[in-house]
Design a protein around this ligand. Structure first.
Ligand SMILES: Cc1cc2nc3c(=O)[nH]c(=O)nc-3n(C[C@H](O)[C@H](O)[C@H](O)COP(=O)(O)O)c2cc1C
Length: 201
């Protein structure tokens, strides 16, 4: 691997220079040269590069809601993906510092509402510091099986029970077993890419 490539790669992947030299020493013949090439990466810089990199990854936008003894809450989310269809399971990553975190984790249920291209303003409401009542007042909701709000005109709503919670550092990784699916016909998806909303079609 050329020296420059090694430098660029390790800069983003491994902020600890000592570890980089150790790792690269295994693959390269001259560890002295590698040592000179490896930049001392600042963790803030690495975080910022990761965020810039993730901005290049297009993602569907959903509003994740919950309701129950710990109250009603909802937030905009792109960190949602399919795990398996047997049994149907999604995972959702939720920031532990988000205002909705206690409600979602204590209620133990959530509904993933996949947004369409017309939902940009709604996504901004649920992705900002707007009070809960104001977020929900902006759209029409119903209930499926768990009691979590299901967005009336979502492309699809997955009503789920949280069956497992894993530690993802700043985030909780929630494994969610799907109880009920409501599919709507038509409509284009809403994509978040390059820090902006785009219609999927
Ligand atoms: C497009 C978009 C995608 C987001 N994706 C996630 C996500 O996957 N997980 C998460 O925890 N927060 C995500 N957020 C941030 C939450 O929506 C945001 O923290 C929350 O709604 C506002 O913070 P608060 O609930 O603490 O007031 C996203 C925000 C936007 C605008």
């Amino acid at each position: 691997m050329p020296l420059l490539e090694a430098s660029v790669l390790t800069h983003y992947l491994c902020p600890d220079p000592a570890r980089v030299v150790g790792m690269m020493g295994m693959n390269m013949k001259t560890s002295v040269a590698i040592e000179k090439a490896v930049p001392v990466a600042d963790p803030d810089e690495v975080r910022s590069e990761f965020r810039n990199a993730m901005a290049r990854m297009a993602a569907a936008v959903s509003i994740v809601t919950t309701n129950g003894p710990a109250g009603m809450a909802g937030f905009a989310a792109t960190a949602v993906c399919s795990v398996t269809d047997s049994p149907p399971t999604l995972l959702v990553c939720l920031n532990r510092t988000a205002s909705v975190h206690p409600a979602v984790t204590e209620n133990g249920v959530l509904c993933v509402n996949v947004l369409s291209e017309g939902h940009q303003d709604l996504s901004r409401l649920f992705g900002g510091k707007t009070p809960v009542a104001e977020r929900f007042a902006a759209a029409a909701w119903s209930e499926l099986s768990t009691g979590s709000p299901a967005l009336e005109d979502a492309l699809v709503s997955f009503d789920c029970r949280i069956v497992h919670r894993a530690d993802g550092g700043t985030h909780d990784i929630l494994m969610c077993e799907v109880d009920t699916i409501r599919l709507r016909d038509g409509g284009q998806g809403l994509i978040y890419f390059d820090r902006a909303y785009h219609p999927a079609g």
